[in-house]
Design a protein around this ligand. Sequence first.
Ligand code: FAD
Length: 461
Amino acid sequence: MAKKYDFDVLIIGSGPAGFAALEAAADLGAKRIALVESYKRLGGECPNWGCIPTKSLLQTVDTVQHCAGGGIFGVKSCGGIPDFKAACMRQRQVVDMLTGRGRLEKIVKDLGVELLRGRAEFSGMNEVTVGNNRYTAKRIINAAGTRTFVPPIPGLDTVPYLTAEKVFELNQLPASVLVIGGGPIGVELSKIFAIFGVKATVVEMSDHILSHEDHEAAAIVADSLIKLGVKIVAGAKVGHVKKTRAGVCAHLDIKGGQPKRISAEALLVATGKQSRWPEMQAEKAGVMLDEHGYPQLTKYFRTTNPAVYAAGDATGHPMFTPVAHHEGPLAAYNAIKGDQKTIDLRVMPRGTYGDPELGSVGLTELEARRLKKQILVGRADFRILSKSLVTNEPIGMVKLVVDKKTREILGGHIVGHSAAELIHTVAVAMQGNLLVDDLAEMIYAFPTYAEAIGVAAASLE
Ligand SMILES: Cc1cc2nc3c(=O)[nH]c(=O)nc-3n(C[C@H](O)[C@H](O)[C@H](O)COP(=O)(O)OP(=O)(O)OC[C@H]3O[C@@H](n4cnc5c(N)ncnc54)[C@H](O)[C@@H]3O)c2cc1C
């Protein structure tokens, strides 16, 4: 009997979501699996042009900062501007260790998965086109991630601009850069620019950078960035941009103020992400999209076409690697075995590696208040810690948001040294449904930054 479909499962995108989906599909016994990837390397955004290259360059930045502060400990200070070429070489080596040398291709081959190189587009309910070829599949999982959102700023199409992806391809840095967008990517890259001696100005439309984070925590990051020499212009919208002989000039409309002009040698657009579904002809597969271009999904990751599932950034859910990595296998399970698995995003710790680091989980104080929750807030400043005295790194705080009646921990926000690691203590407590009193009563090792979590938990107001 002729096969009805070319594949049992066809996965679009080899990022954290797609790759985890294909490993799960193979584990679940799916026989004919295909993976489509349009980029020259497998692995997706995170290792190739996202998390890993940024964190690798940030490691150079942190090393410089530690070194520069060495004098107080009797270590000969070795600050100064680091070597960008050497840092890039290290960054590229790390990326290569993860996604180069045919490492991921070998896994795909060993799993018996057919790798299709090219850009996939939907061409029917159970069909995608890659180049000139059409493939049918019983189930399709779209894990194609997102692309950088480029806002419709007049003049932007006439000036050369960088995106996060292009920054990692640079061999030389500009003398100055105007960063449009004060979200996590804008903040992390500005810190990198500042330490490498680039004059960075961040323009942010909201009243604060990191507008989705707790405002007190974000304010600490903003202060530290300013001390590093980064200029922050918040509450400002780029009206239009123009090419100049020295680079670019942006005309800013300032909320409640006079318009401003800022010139820089280079422009970086870091204004968030955009759905790929429309460009992938989702309508040809009967996938209905919301007003942002993301699919209408059931809690089982199924689109309005019962044969098409989504996972990772392509869902429009919070866009982080661990979420993508969790969603891939869940979508694969549902696609193969039937809709059963869902994801709970209540406890989803995340890190922003600005200056200093910010780790957060759950609701911010503002979000909790908007949800009309009766809350208590506990705070502890790192300055009170012996650890901070020893390390000479006093900047930081822990903030806990707690339900007043039930004493359930609704959210935690930590800024300071190792904040993205520390936040996991709060996340584990939330995951295990512990109460804030459990965190207050726990014994913490001394001297540690983690002690501040206990202090915050014991000082609710
Ligand atoms: C600068 C930066 C820093 C980041 N830092 C962090 C961090 O520290 N921590 C964190 O958790 N997250 C971070 N992220 C986000 C993280 O990279 C993403 O959330 C994660 O990669 C999403 O995984 P995904 O599998 O859903 O999609 P992706 O990783 O985007 O993978 C999608 C894949 O699909 C391919 N593709 C796209 N369209 C098609 C098509 N039509 N046909 C075939 N293939 C296609 C793409 O080439 C890509 O390989 C960062 C992102 C950026 C840009």
